[in-house]
Design a protein. Sequence first.
Length: 342
Amino acid sequence: MSSPVATVGILSIGEMGMGIAKLLIAHNFRVVTNVEGRSEDTRIRAQNAGVEIVPDDTSLVAESDYILSIVPPRDAFYIATRISAAFNARSPPKATPLYYLDLNAISPSSARSIAELFTTKSPSIKFLDGGIIGGAPHPKPEASSAPPNTTTVSSHPPTTSTWQKPSIPICGDISSVPASFSNLSETLGLNHISDEIGIASGLKCCFASLAKGFTALCIQSFTTASNLGVLPLLLGELEQRMPGMMKSAGGVTGMPPKAYRWVREMEEISQTHAEEGGFPSSSSKTPSTGGIFTEIASLYKVVAEDTILGEEKTERRKRGRTIEDVAAAMGEGLAAKRKKKE
């Protein structure tokens, strides 16, 4: 086998991280991760994806040409701080620059804070701001299907597969990137949209406003309709009169394992609309001026903390696999919460 194009560190190997890892490995990149302190599920995901596990952040920094941060939004700054500290702890110092791509769902101001961290603490780390719009990469069915009675030996998709990829806008200075960046960009489908840090994160937040904001509306509508006993009628009306909306509503069933991540994401979106769009947002100084995405964050917090849906894991789905069951589980959780308050 030829030498890897480059080594990419990924933090962390969740559903999206695993998809990106498989895509990179299929195109001759070496992928490494650190699962120190993470769950056994994360370790298994990494191993199943063919990712090499390194013992700590210092090793991750030493091995990597690029690091992709794909973590819950609440952890974005913490992970950047960890990598900065590990980079600075290298002895002797790392000879070549390390490119750090923050692909998390954070606000432009949060992205700028991370950029400032690296500029101040670790100027040899080159920061690029990004966002992921769409689902995890996967081989298109028509490209990966095997003939009947064919035995599949490897779990890793062939490099000749045609992949379904999300959009990944990025911004920042790419005037002096290494030669391997072109291959990385082509493989992942990176789209450089600006030299100004924060623009890509802003685009991601605006898109997620629509996609996950709509999912929140569906959760409320379907739950109330279920409580009223008219959910089948509501779904029938949607199917007949708004089939496009009904198709989009299918995202409700993929939501449960991600709800805990979306709480902070909605808060970052609220911050984006306040700071970049001029809309009201919540703050400790003026808690009564919360915007609509502050309320949506509260809804996802209810899903994550007050219903059985919050216990769902991507690898082991039990509840919420249909719209009807999401609505039923929400109704159960909200009823139990009301009972506790009485």
